[in-house]
Design a protein around this ligand. Structure first.
Ligand code: TYD
Length: 137
């Protein structure tokens, strides 16, 4: 699991004068079946979200409205993605530390997840995450 597996995925945009439409089928447009959906909204200026890594859960993040940054770290390399359109998103595989910041006013982050919520799937302690990475080598 490395940072090169964190990929932006373009989604189809059906442009229409009545309003644009984008769709996502799990296992087809993103590389996992969708078991859970959650969203971040009303994020106050200057707030940070994320600050964790997941053991087995894949996620796909989309800026449904506005924009924000996702900073990913695999234990070796760090990369920053700026999400600001509804027709692409960022696939985060397991064992990637992620932080989210720079939320624009009124922004909404949609997250699709491959697993139902399980607190035990989380590394919320950064050093614990680094220790786990070292043990799997
Ligand atoms: P948290 O993971 O801390 O949010 P973020 O990492 O995006 O900043 O989640 C905040 C709280 O919501 C935490 O108590 C766990 C709970 N939660 C659920 O119960 N189910 C979920 O699907 C998610 C994502 C969070």
């Amino acid at each position: 699991m490395g940072i090169d597996l964190c990929k932006l995925i373009n989604l189809q945009k059906i442009a229409d004068p009545r309003g644009n439409l984008t769709f996502i089928e799990g296992g087809r447009h993103i590389p996992f079946e969708i078991k859970r959906v959650f969203y971040l909204y009303d994020v106050p200026g200057g707030a940070d979200r994320g600050g964790h890594a997941l053991k087995i859960c894949h996620q796909f993040l989309i800026a449904m409205s506005g924009s924000f940054d996702v900073i990913v770290f695999d234990g070796k390399e760090k990369e920053k993605f700026h999400l600001n359109r509804s027709y692409y998103g960022l696939h985060l595989p397991p064992m990637i530390w992620r932080e989210m910041d720079n939320f624009s006013s009124g922004s909404v982050c949609l997250a699709l997840a491959s697993e139902k919520y399980a607190a035990v799937d989380y590394y919320r302690d950064y050093n614990g995450f680094l220790r786990a990475l070292a043990e799997t080598k």
